[in-house]
Design a protein around this ligand. Structure first.
Ligand code: G3P
Length: 218
């Protein structure tokens, strides 16, 4: 399972990268705005800064909602750096744009996916990644994990190569359950990744080992 961090915060990306287990980064307009990044030049520079920190894929989202606008923005983003994956919203024009990018060899991440039908369309259009938002489904009493299971079944039925990128991860159990269901990638906050480290028996066991090691007089 690939681990992506879902943030535009450079300090958190560096911290996750330092763990040695980071495979990529996902951003979106809300995450960029949260970091106070404004203006086209600054936004493009920020993507470059992220690409310098990580070795894997970095999703950069278009903000146009018409086909021509998405193509213009996506081509510019993809030319910026080889690690950039163009993030495209799951709308009619977005599907057209994903197919266009596929034909041009430009990698895409189809975002804002909330149903199996949307995920099927994204795969047919040739998306590199599909991003089902499991936390936002859970927020409205729907079942985000069930969506991951449905998409896995459909993709495996037909051998679609689109990677299931479980997004809107809120906590460590989301990661574990997505791994059990066969999601290819997860993207979440640093806290969800670091939560995987935690177990009280690890803490108490280490405390005892260190206590007993005092007799070694090292
Ligand atoms: O980047 C897309 C997705 O992961 C957003 O997550 O927490 O805003 O629902 P969230």
């Amino acid at each position: 399972m690939k681990f992506f961090i879902d943030t535009a915060n450079l300090a958190q990306i560096k911290e996750a990268q330092a763990l040695g287990i980071l495979d990529g980064v996902t951003t979106n307009p809300s995450l960029m705005a949260k970091e106070g990044i404004t203006g086209k030049e600054n936004i493009l520079q920020h993507y470059l800064d992220i690409c310098k920190i990580v070795e894997g894929d970095v999703s950069a989202e278009v903000v146009a909602t018409d086909f021509e606008g998405m193509v213009r923005e996506g081509e510019e983003l993809s030319k910026l750096h080889a690690q950039i994956v163009v993030k495209v919203p799951m709308i009619k024009e977005g599907i057209k744009a994903i197919k266009y990018f596929f034909d041009k060899g430009i990698r895409t991440n189809c975002t804002l996916v909330f149903s199996a039908g949307q995920a099927l369309l994204a795969a047919k259009a040739g998306a590199t990644y599909v991003s089902p938002f499991i936390g936002r489904l859970d927020d409205i009493s729907a079942d985000g994990l069930n969506l991951i299971a449905d998409i896995r079944l459909i993709y495996d039925n037909y051998g679609y190569e689109t990677q299931i990128l479980a997004a809107s991860i809120r906590h460590s159990m989301h990661i574990i359950n997505c791994a059990k269901l066969g999601a290819d990638v997860m993207t979440g906050p640093l806290s969800s990744i670091e939560g995987l480290l935690k177990h009280p028996l690890t803490d108490s066991g280490l405390e005892k080992f260190l206590e007993d090691a005092k007799s070694f007089n090292l």
